[in-house]
Design a protein around this ligand. Structure first.
Ligand SMILES: Cc1cc2nc3c(=O)[nH]c(=O)nc-3n(C[C@H](O)[C@H](O)[C@H](O)COP(=O)(O)OP(=O)(O)OC[C@H]3O[C@@H](n4cnc5c(N)ncnc54)[C@H](O)[C@@H]3O)c2cc1C
Length: 141
């Protein structure tokens, strides 16, 4: 990676990434555990209704709620997303093997898919299995 792109890569758990991104922000800026249920808008304001029944009104709403986005569903309906021709199964677990304690990742790729092992810090290993296909099934199948 360093030879191709000029820098190394690091694998870290998403929880650790979220904590680092939140570091330095005012404590009351992020409210956890608030699920967006629906969104309405008019010419001036966007209104969000949360799953606990509370609402928020703002000038701007950024819908960054991922693959199953409630914001997208409210704006464009249920059919706005198409399945990708790529499926991946991933896990994170402590495992005491040599590669866990190294700075090396292992990736094996082929015509049908890929698998890899990536040290993720604190004795944890991220493992991934990916399948390139229009027809996605379970890894066991
Ligand atoms: C296991 C895995 C491994 C991946 N590995 C890679 C990789 O190596 N490289 C790469 O480029 N991409 C990878 N991806 C894809 C990448 O993670 C996504 O493309 C990216 O995270 C999408 O970002 P996002 O901000 O749109 O959504 P997300 O990262 O999914 O963030 C959405 C956020 O919104 C929150 N949320 C969801 N619904 C609601 C709601 N109703 N109300 C309030 N909050 C809500 C979620 O809790 C989450 O915090 C991987 C994805 C997975 C699942």
């Amino acid at each position: 990676m360093r030879a191709w792109y000029g820098f190394q890569t690091r694998t870290i758990p998403r929880r650790a990434l979220m904590e680092r991104l939140a570091d330095g922000l005012p404590d009351d800026l992020i409210r956890h555990g608030k699920g967006c249920q629906s969104v309405t808008q008019d010419d001036d304001r966007a209104t969000v209704t949360f799953t606990d029944g509370s609402t928020d009104i703002g000038d701007l709403l950024i819908g960054a709620d991922g693959h199953h986005s409630a914001v997208r569903r409210c704006l464009w309906g249920d059919d706005a997303v198409q399945p990708a021709a790529f499926g991946t199964w991933q896990g994170l677990s402590p495992i005491d093997i040599d590669i866990t304690h190294s700075n090396r990742s292992l990736m094996i790729t082929g015509r049908e898919g890929a698998c890899g092992l990536m040290p993720a810090g604190d004795g944890s290993q991220a493992a991934m299995l990916a399948r390139y296909s229009n027809r996605l099934s379970t890894p066991a199948e």
